[in-house]
Design a protein around this ligand. Structure first.
Ligand SMILES: Cc1cc2nc3c(=O)[nH]c(=O)nc-3n(C[C@H](O)[C@H](O)[C@H](O)COP(=O)(O)OP(=O)(O)OC[C@H]3O[C@@H](n4cnc5c(N)ncnc54)[C@H](O)[C@@H]3O)c2cc1C
Length: 396
């Protein structure tokens, strides 16, 4: 197995790097590199810049307006974006609902939604989880009852990321309560402006408004918003979850954060010397770097097999990737200590140039650390990923 990049890969990397240097706005780059919070406008602005270049649908086939890139090219692109400090392209439209629409939607749905997703004309959110139905997703209770040309939807979703900005939500709803619980689920696309939808914020440990509860009270959804067949939604939902876990290892971002960590640890002192020269701290950084190198090689091995669809190896990448991301934030806090503690929302939203504490590297780090606790829970918790590995890879 040859894991080295070919000459074409390297020239593609140069092309991406040059493009990002010329087109990534400096204010967005600074926000990302400095762990600041991104606004709706920040995400949309970057999405539209990339859309103009035709580089949003990096995993999409060309026929739908995608790049048609190989897995290696996608990996290089993601690495370069992370290295440059671009905002994320949010996955809910491009990487989650779009593949489902391509595979199971009808022609009218493909024609209408896919170009809008590429251009970020609609902001999408994901309505899967409910109170009591997270890992055990198939037990979901939000009901959709057919009434002529409409479904009438009642129930509640929760943990809905950035639903406060959303124009559309893709939802799993129960259309049949008899039989196996997986068999009565359907996949609906719902306009967030429909009367009867209420979005309530859930404020998290880092005091940020990233997730929400979404309530449905007699919400009328046109039947043409059903994806595929009624009661076959579980098949589509599983297809989507496979795509949700791609690039979850986020190796590029972890490499960038490791460099940040080393710089900050060189600037902070312990016993009159740079912390990075402290043997105990240095050994923690070194073992994390080794883990990260091993993860990168594993990602390249998975890519070199390029099956076109993410398999159960994605679970392995998710666990190791999120463990490394969380460990990085722990070592950042250890490096800057109490300088991370003052809570300075104006600075984190980019409204003031300097933080109240005077250490601008350290100021957002407590919030960043708390925010990253989520990574081992969302996208299927790490315990659930271990169950998948034991069943699908180890055959236990
Ligand atoms: C920040 C954040 C954003 C999210 N965004 C979205 C979103 O946009 N849309 C959406 O639909 N959902 C979203 N989620 C929900 C996420 O998918 C669920 O939180 C996740 O699936 C876990 O479900 P749960 O919270 O109900 O926990 P539970 O399923 O109740 O699990 C509780 C604990 O028990 C463990 N556990 C459960 N079952 C098993 C088992 N069989 N074996 C071993 N251990 C088990 C879990 O690992 C966990 O540690 C988000 C979650 C977070 C934290």
């Amino acid at each position: 197995m040859d894991l080295n990049y070919t000459a074409e890969d390297l020239s593609f990397r140069d092309e991406v790097r040059t493009y990002l240097e010329a087109n990534l706005p400096a204010d967005l780059k600074q926000k990302v590199l400095n762990h600041k919070r991104m606004s709706r406008e920040d995400f949309v602005r970057w999405h539209k810049i990339l859309a103009k270049q035709g580089w949003v649908g990096t995993g999409w086939p060309k026929e739908f307006g995608g790049t048609g890139w190989t897995a290696t090219q996608r990996h290089i692109f993601e690495e370069e974006c992370a290295r440059a400090g671009t905002p994320a392209i949010l996955p809910f439209g491009v990487n989650m609902v779009a593949p489902v629409i391509m595979a199971f939607g009808n022609q009218a749905q493909k024609d209408y939604y896919l170009p809008r997703i590429l251009n970020c004309d609609d902001w999408w959110c994901q309505g899967y989880s409910e109170p009591g139905s997270g890992s055990d997703l198939a037990s979901l209770k939000t009901r959709a009852e057919r009434d002529g040309d409409f479904y009438i939807v009642n129930g509640q979703k929760t943990w809905t990321t950035l639903a406060q900005h959303a124009d559309m939500i893709f939802c799993l709803v129960r259309t049949d309560s008899g039989g196996r619980k997986q068999e009565g689920i359907s996949f609906l696309l719902i306009d967030m402006k429909t009367p009867g939808i209420t979005v309530r914020p859930i404020i998290m440990l880092d005091e940020d408004h990233e997730v929400n509860e979404v309530f449905f009270d007699n919400v009328k959804v046109p039947v043409q918003n059903l994806i595929g067949e009624e009661n076959k939604g579980w098949t589509y939902a599983k297809y989507l979850l496979g795509h949700e876990r791609t690039n979850i290892a986020a190796v590029g971002r972890a490499k960038r954060e490791l460099e940040f960590l080393k710089r900050v640890a060189a600037e902070h002192q312990k016993n009159g010397k740079p912390l990075i020269d402290d043997p105990v701290y240095a050994s923690k950084v070194a073992s994390l770097e080794i883990e990260l190198m091993a993860l990168e090689i594993t990602v390249l091995r998975v890519i070199s097999q390029d099956s076109g669809r993410p398999g159960p190896e994605a679970s392995l990448l998710k666990i190791k990737g999120t463990e490394i991301q969380q460990r990085l934030t722990e070592l950042m806090i250890e490096a800057v200590g109490p300088y991370s503690l003052p809570f300075d929302p104006a600075f984190m939203h980019g409204e003031t140039e300097n933080s109240i504490m005077g250490d601008d590297d350290a100021a957002p780090l407590a919030s960043y650390y708390f925010n990253f606790r989520k990574t081992s829970i969302y996208g299927g918790s790490n315990e659930i990923q271990k169950n998948i590995i034991t069943q699908m890879i180890l055959g236990l």
